[in-house]
Design a protein. Sequence first.
Length: 80
Amino acid sequence: MTGFSDIAPVVREQTVKAILTVVPKLSDRVVNGELLRHLAKTANDEQPGIRTNTTICLGKIARNLGASVRSDMFEIQSRY
């Protein structure tokens, strides 16, 4: 998961896109904890493409998130 914090924007963006292929194989603990922490950082990235792809990624992995995490995430999104 080091690609999320890479210096090169293209690596960060490709990491966000690539995570979709491995999310089903990750444990709930990793998805609801570590992965969401990384995605929270990329959601505030300086590069608009990374922020956009993070939003798309969150939408696509929503079914893999725990119910409480999912409701918290959508509650936060509805504020904006």
